[in-house]
Ligand binder design. Structure first.
Ligand code: NAD
Length: 460
């Protein structure tokens, strides 16, 4: 789509928004129902497109892309009417006779840009929030998952007026052209480096943003952890979608006294999940493209104690464990975003905390221990987008837990109520009547300063 077409898409959406149709909750619910119907209708095609793009296993595709989206739409269908209502709040005595409200209002035209790793979920989930809040939306799917991008464009075109929801496909050139335009809200999911590009563009128009970014998410396994269960939950989180998940465990800090034992069980679990040769497992995905395959292949070095096999023609990288990794290793320099798991021993929790705190704030942090004092210590002394105690990734599933990063892992959050709030401006409204009008507050000010101070003290 060229720049002129992009401009006309946005101006059609501005006209649509001006019609005030999206302000009606009944319209929003109708559109959410339409979206739900489309996802149900296309679910097999979605699973197939995800297989074509990265050989995503059908179960993973269904859970992480179809089910999560349908669940989010259902919550929004149930709650939007309530959340969209103006909320009465308290009024301070100094504003006696007035009434105060918060009116959630849509921003207008929202731009949603998504990455390739969960290319359906990460575009359609925020879209549901945008619809619920009453915005028009321009969607930019990732060019790196082309089959899913084409399918989304077809599905949206078939179901929605482009004045309300439109898809602009393409790569960096499309994103750049979109970001040169003025939007009322930008919701971006992707890498931290491109997040900076997006925020710079948004700053030109002072457009508010949600930035869902990435980073290295640590896992700490303490000496008292149940290793059997911990290993199972780590392997699940690390190798789901072949490690191409923003909140996948990036690396492990393991208490030195249990490291050999844990490594042994981790290997056992990998072969339990994916068989002796994960290459032939239908539960194991492929790397998205050659660039990422070659980037990841170069990270496999050092003390490889499991896996390390690659098949370039298929972009296959086997589940891999690197033991005794250090912060100087290539694999520890940036977010891995693939099926390579570095393991580092630790002796005291204090130094683990200070090492984590000396680096960018992670999107997720995982701690395995039953010691509640230590759990609280981790929660109090580290900062991350979210935390799972004694599991990995599952905090993303709850609609009651806002999902987002902090610092370099992101700005803002969504899911459930947080999705509605992300796409709404909370407008403060003070309503007064003509009944009372205290003349003393107008110029020329007849109350002495000392009397004024007394009155304000009584009122506050
Ligand atoms: P990416 O940043 O390369 O691409 C994301 C989107 O940005 C794509 O639509 C792409 O076309 C566009 N884009 C790429 N370069 C651009 C540029 N220079 N200017 C404007 N737009 C540009 O990200 P990715 O590789 O697709 O995704 C991987 C990253 O996303 C990882 O860091 C991962 O942790 C993160 N991620 C975060 C979340 C989250 O919810 N926080 C979810 C998934 C992925």
């Amino acid at each position: 789509m060229n720049n002129e077409n992009i401009k006309s898409v946005i101006s059609a959406q501005r006209e649509f928004f001006k019609s005030n149709r999206t302000k009606d909750v009944s319209f929003r619910l109708e559109m959410l129902n339409k979206l739900k119907g489309a996802v149900i209708k296309y679910q097999d095609d979605i699973i197939k497109a995800l297989y074509d793009d990265m050989k995503k296993p059908a179960t993973e595709a269904y859970i992480a892309e179809v089910y999560i989206v349908l669940n989010e739409i259902d919550i929004l269908l149930k709650e939007t009417a309530k959340w969209a209502k103006p909320r009465r709040v308290k009024t301070p005595p100094v504003l006696f006779s007035a009434k105060s409200f918060i009116y959630p209002e849509p921003y207008g035209v929202a731009l949603i840009i998504s990455p390739w790793n969960y290319p359906f979920q990460l575009l359609i989930d925020p879209l549901a929030g945008s619809i619920a809040a009453g915005n028009c939306s321009v969607l930019k799917p990732s060019e790196l998952a082309p089959a899913t991008s084409v399918l989304i464009a077809k599905m949206i075109k078939e179901e929605f007026d482009p004045g309300f929801i439109a898809v602009v496909e393409g790569g960096i050139e499309s994103s750049t052209a979109l970001l040169a335009e003025k939007f009322d809200y930008i919701f971006y999911t992707g890498s931290t480096s491109v997040g900076r590009v997006v925020m710079r563009a948004a700053a030109e128009n002072l457009t508010p943003v949600t930035l869902e970014l990435g980073g290295k998410s640590p896992v700490i396994i303490d000496e008292d952890a149940n290793l059997e269960i911990a290993a199972r939950r780590i392997v699940k989180g690390k190798f789901f979608n072949a490690g191409q998940t923003c909140i996948a465990p990036d690396y492990l800090y393991v208490h030195f006294s249990i490291i050999d034992n844990l490594n042994f069980i981790l290997k056992e679990k990998i072969s339990e999940f994916y068989g002796e040769d994960p290459y032939v497992s239908s539960a194991y995905a492929r790397i998205i493209n050659d660039r990422h395959f070659s980037r990841l292949s170069k990270l496999i070095s050092g003390n490889v104690i499991y896996g390390g096999k690659t098949v370039p023609a298929e972009r296959y990288i086997s589940p891999t464990i690197i033991n005794n990794a250090t912060w100087n290793d290539p694999v520890m320099q940036e977010e891995i975003f693939g099926p390579i798991l570095p393991v580092m021993p630790f002796t005291d929790l204090e130094s683990v905390i200070s090492e984590i705190n000396s680096r960018p704030k992670p999107l997720a942090l995982y701690y395995f221990s039953n010691n509640s004092a230590k759990q609280e210590k981790i929660l109090r002394e580290t900062s991350s987008g979210g935390v799972c105690i004694n599991d990995t990734m599952e905090h993303i599933i709850s609609e009651y837990l806002p999902f987002g990063g902090v610092g370099e892992s992101g700005i803002g959050a969504y899911h459930g109520r947080a999705s509605f709030d992300a796409f709404s401006h909370a407008k403060s409204v003070l309503k007064k009547s003509f009944l009372f009008d205290v003349k003393l507050k107008y110029a020329p000010y007849r109350v002495s300063l000392s009397a004024l101070k007394k009155i304000l003290k009584i009122l506050s």
